[in-house]
Design a protein around this ligand. Structure first.
Ligand SMILES: Nc1ncnc2c1ncn2[C@@H]1O[C@H](COP(=O)(O)OP(=O)(O)OP(=O)(O)O)[C@@H](O)[C@H]1O
Length: 342
């Protein structure tokens, strides 16, 4: 792929001190995110996806403790050490460089404020010119196939779920950020609306040269959009690679199980918990490979030694001692070919 890295994450960890012990809900995650790519982050509920998203913007909520390094490389200018910014720098950074649509953010609209009021407030809070900011708002709303004037004059309750979500995307882009992080942005919408939002994101991405990090439990959905997929298991990435590498040559038994849970992009979305066994408790993550208690291929090596990344293909890594065997022995059910061609 490209060497043009926009976000470099090294050993990012999030811990909570619990009565039962230290809970590590993001475990030394390292990854490079490339400029203008769409990276899909997938995994079961509670695997640490939101923690990863929040780490990118230094937005982990107390009492969570975030450590490690996150470096942001703007198109022009010096790299920014995200985790050592002052609160004021961080406030600007979060909308102007990296913007995030949080899980459940649709309910964060203030019901007593018009949509126009939400845009004006955001533009003003960042000291931007109101007129040019509102011009951009209008353009973004129409890019998202909304009637800009009608939406701006509306109150949140007057918009449907799909309209609200698109408005939220426009709002998150109004200060022209380089990166958009979206945490389960379509979970509350029906399947058709999810698909249409995905198509719109694709268009918006290329028009504005955005880098998008799209977080979801829904692998088939994000596979339609993402250039690369990062599969999260037990608070770290089990596998990362281009979408077509992952769909056609997944090397981690967990990824192969995920693909078989939702074998076909047309199939009804099923809960991922149907993979036998349960996901690990962050206070008590299994030693060795954290997936070994659920893995059909586990050996004593897996119980003892935590696998590093193995190179399993072009721009494709997996943390499994037995990745070759996984490909040979864990068959993938018939799937439609998905994946984005650019
Ligand atoms: N304030 C907190 N105190 C302690 N543990 C927490 C706190 N917030 C989250 N966690 C734990 O962190 C882990 C990772 O949570 P995270 O929200 O990142 O998961 P997720 O993969 O995004 O799941 P989901 O898809 O359900 O949102 C979970 O085990 C969760 O219970």
């Amino acid at each position: 792929m490209t060497d043009d890295v926009i976000l470099k994450v090294r050993d990012a960890s999030v811990t909570f001190d619990m009565e039962r012990g230290e809970s590590k809900v993001l475990n030394d995650v390292s990854v490079d995110i490339y400029r203008d790519e769409i990276l899909g982050v997938v995994g079961e509920s509670g695997s640490g996806k939101s923690m990863f998203a929040e780490a990118l913007l230094d937005a982990v909520v107390e009492p969570g403790q975030l450590t490690g390094e996150v470096t942001y490389y703007p198109r022009d200018g010096d790299p920014i050490d995200v985790l050592s910014q002052t609160p004021e720098e961080l406030r600007a950074f979060r909308w102007e460089e990296i913007s995030m649509v949080f899980q459940g953010a649709m309910s964060s609209f203030n019901p007593t404020k018009s949509i126009r009021g939400h845009f004006v407030e955001t533009i003003r809070a960042h000291g931007e010119d109101k007129q040019s900011g509102m011009e951009r708002a209008r353009e973004l709303l129409s890019d998202l196939y909304l009637n800009a004037d009608r939406v701006l004059d509306s109150y949140p309750h007057e918009l449907s779920g799909g309209m609200k979500q698109r408005t939220l995307i426009a709002l998150s882009l109004v200060l022209d950020p380089e990166v958009l992080v979206m945490d389960e942005p379509t979970a509350a919408l029906d399947l058709l609306m999810q698909r249409s939002i995905l198509r719109l994101l694709n268009e918006i991405q290329s028009k504005y040269d955005l880098t998008i990090v799209f977080i979801t439990h829904d692998l088939p959905l994000v596979a339609e959009l993402a250039d690369r997929l990062a599969v999260m298991y037990a608070f770290e990435f089990a596998e990362i690679g281009t979408t077509s590498e992952i769909l056609n040559g997944a090397a981690h038994p967990y990824t192969r199980a995920l693909l078989n849970v939702t074998p076909n992009i047309e199939a009804p979305v099923e809960e991922m918990q149907v993979i036998e066994g349960s996901s690990p408790d962050p206070v008590n993550v299994p030693a060795g490979c954290s997936y070994h208690p659920r893995c059909p291929l586990a050996t004593s090596k897996c119980q003892q030694s935590d696998p590093e990344y193995y190179d399993v293909g072009e721009d494709h890594q997996a943390r499994c001692h037995h990745w070759k065997k996984a490909r040979r022995e864990i068959e993938l059910s018939q799937r439609e070919q998905a994946g984005r061609s650019r």
